[in-house]
Design a protein around this ligand. Structure first.
Ligand SMILES: CC(C)(COP(=O)(O)OP(=O)(O)OC[C@H]1O[C@@H](n2cnc3c(N)ncnc32)[C@H](O)[C@@H]1OP(=O)(O)O)[C@@H](O)C(=O)NCCC(=O)NCCS
Length: 269
């Protein structure tokens, strides 16, 4: 087991945020569950007072029943479940259909784009918004900073926006956004240069008109044009709309993981 402090996330909340990136036990299921319980008992005793990490998170494969049970028994609470999926570079690359324009975000789109990123992500179900121990103001600030990091191309390699053709000449006008980065870690798993869809959304007033079905293939086309062999995506399991768009573009689901959080602080967060 490894426990780390997450400095970037800790900037947004009134307490430091910890994470368990590695939690591994070997053997048959009951032996593993007991080993996990002992490791997590140590976390409960040490992480709050000794490591000064009152808030912890971890991600576990849904099929690891021993770990899921040990986490629940140790006071960790389930926040969300994510579907892991990926695309393989296709033979024929899908291009933007008539009536739409997909382009890179420019200065005229920001900071309005940053506000939209913040508002859309803060209002959807994520492990941050699901957690009553994480103050909502901190989560809004986190998503606002995510937009700013994306704009500066630290969290993304490309930031695309989608707009209907008739509005394309209006500066700062767009229906939605989709950002992606290249991921060396996923590349070593999937093989070859690998992109990753990071954040995306369509403004509420512009939904259900096919904008997402346009921008996702356009984002993939950008990645294929820039040498990607694969592109990965993480989606909340209940995000039926997003999963439908993914399926339209021959996306392959490869797994799912649960996100658990544990509050070890004293009193209310
Ligand atoms: C998910 C989201 C991006 C979809 O945007 P959109 O432009 O409305 O989506 P589209 O019109 O392109 O439709 C995409 C698919 O979802 C389906 N869909 C969209 N809204 C739906 C609804 N309210 N109920 C049922 N299906 C819906 C569409 O029918 C389409 O599927 P199909 O092509 O098989 O018919 C948008 O709802 C959103 O921004 N949600 C919050 C942020 C988010 O979830 N981002 C994605 C994170 S991975």
């Amino acid at each position: 087991m490894v426990v780390v402090r997450r400095d970037w996330e800790s900037r947004f909340y009134p307490f430091p945020i910890g994470h368990l990136p590695v939690l591994c036990a070997l053997g048959p299921q009951t032996r593993r569950r007991d080993a996990y319980r002992r490791l997590l008992a140590w976390v409960n005793e040490e992480a709050g007072p000794e490591l000064a990490l009152p808030h912890l998170s971890c991600r576990v494969p849904v099929e690891d029943v021993a770990l899921v049970h040990a986490l629940e028994d140790s006071g960790f609470r389930h926040m969300s479940t994510m579907v892991q999926s990926y695309w393989k570079r296709p033979e024929v690359i899908q291009r933007v259909p008539r009536g739409w324009v997909v382009r890179e975000a420019v200065d005229a789109d920001w900071p309005h784009l940053g506000e939209i990123v913040r508002d859309i992500l803060s209002s959807m179900l994520t492990r941050y918004t699901a957690d009553p121990d994480l103050p909502a103001s901190g989560t809004r600030a986190l998503y606002e900073a995510w937009g700013a990091e994306s704009r500066a191309k630290r969290f993304s390699a490309v930031n695309l926006v989608v707009v209907r053709e008739e509005h394309a000449s209006e500066p700062g006008r767009f229906d939605g956004f989709a950002f992606a980065r290249f991921s060396p870690e996923l590349g070593s798993l999937l093989g070859g240069k690998t992109g990753e869809l990071t954040i995306s959304g369509i403004q509420p007033a512009h939904r259900r008109h096919g904008a997402f079905n346009v921008i996702v293939p356009a984002l993939l086309a950008w990645l294929w044009d820039h040498g990607a062999e694969h592109c990965a995506m993480l989606t909340q399991i209940q995000n039926y709309r997003s999963l439908r768009t993914a399926q339209r573009t021959e996306n392959l689901i490869v797994g799912a993981h649960h996100c658990f959080h544990r509050w070890l602080g004293t009193g209310a967060a």
